[in-house]
Design a protein around this ligand. Structure first.
Ligand code: ZN
Length: 348
């Protein structure tokens, strides 16, 4: 049997070896003229989608297309790994404008309006940061103070610190940006180009590669071992945490029963409840239990309770109408049948 197998092998096995070893899976992957030696998902994803993704962000944030590759995307990748799972999952939603804020909650029918719970204006993600209500502004100021403390502690170049805080303050408060008047060589140019990319984009982690390079020059001048790379990664993380804190403050406010949106919703529900109290007769006797308490007591309940109360009463009414109609139809059929049976047939 062995010799038979050997003869078969010699007759059928090719003796010419390929110019490179065969892949175990029988096919190979190339990017341009370069063969990929390992299966790298993110390399492939970036290769196939990077042009579209960069074009998308260029359009979405109005970033000049010639500057899109000057953004430090790698620093953003490192920053998200250091953010913790909760925030790391939230960041893409936030940046894509899909985090649950007024505009999104209305679009998906979680609420019937897109108003900010703090000031009643239209709410998208930019508004969460720029909302003019007192509480939002005080959260913003305290977040910027925290950032300033970190910038000082991380030995940030004073010109860079001044530029970051001045421009973020101006963007967040919707006021005029400061003029670039910085002393360290190249910082004026850096700030001018970052202004073309935008300070909202900066707050979102879209920072130029030159930020790390400038801070590295400063660390070298101070003869410190810190790196500009590490500094920019932590800075991006801190910037995302500012947006997170603003969003958290907004969420706390949306649960506040004294907020303008809550008060309006209470008024709308109270009017609907009052309307239901007018007629108790188009309800089955057992369903009249919803009205045991006076409407004034129902008015003191939460929004969720009132919504549930209205839902229960409306479905009880629908049930009553359905049964009543059915009974009326049945009655009409019986009468028609009785008339038919008692009426004598015409004589032919
Ligand atoms: Zn607002």
């Amino acid at each position: 049997m062995d010799s038979l197998a050997k003869t078969f092998w010699n007759a059928t096995h090719s003796t010419v070896s390929p110019f490179y070893p065969c892949n175990s899976c029988g096919w190979s992957l190339w990017i341009g003229s370069r063969k990929l030696s390992t299966w790298n998902r993110s390399q492939l994803y970036n290769h196939s989608n990077s042009a579209d993704i960069l074009q998308h962000w260029s359009n979405r944030r109005n970033i000049p297309i010639q500057l899109i590759r000057s953004i430090d995307w790698e620093a953003g990748e490192d920053a998200i790994k250091r953010l913790g799972l909760n925030k790391a999952l939230w960041i893409p939603k936030w940046l894509a404008g899909c985090a649950p804020v007024g505009k999104v909650l209305q679009r998906y029918h979680f609420q019937d309006h897109a108003e900010c719970p703090r000031c009643s204006e239209f709410e998208d993600t930019a508004h969460v940061i720029q909302c003019k209500s007192l509480r939002a502004r005080s959260q913003w100021n305290s977040s910027l103070s925290k950032l300033e403390q970190w910038l000082i502690q991380a030995k940030t170049m004073p010109d860079l610190r001044k530029a970051i805080l001045g421009h973020l303050k101006a963007w967040g408060n919707d006021t005029d940006p400061p003029r670039p008047q910085y002393n360290w060589p190249g910082v004026n140019d850096l700030i001018t180009v970052q202004s073309q990319i935008g300070w909202r984009t900066f707050l979102e982690g879209g920072v130029l590669k030159d930020w790390a390079a400038k801070q590295q020059e400063y660390y070298s001048w101070l003869a410190r071992k810190n790196t500009g790379r590490r500094w920019i990664t932590t800075l991006i993380k801190k910037l995302w945490e500012i947006s997170w804190d603003m969003w958290e403050q907004r969420n706390a406010e949306s649960k506040n029963p004294e907020s303008p949106a809550s008060l309006r919703e209470h008024a709308r529900l109270d009017a609907a409840i009052t309307h239901e109290y007018i007629d108790l007769l188009t309800l089955a006797v057992k369903d009249r239990r919803w009205f045991r308490r006076t409407k004034e007591i129902i008015f003191t309940e939460t929004i969720e309770y009132k919504q549930q109360w209205l839902k229960s009463v409306l479905s009880a009414r629908a049930r009553y109408i359905r049964r009543h109609l059915h009974r009326t139809n049945l009655q009409a059929q019986r009468t028609a049948m009785r008339n038919y049976l008692v009426t004598p047939a015409p004589l032919i």
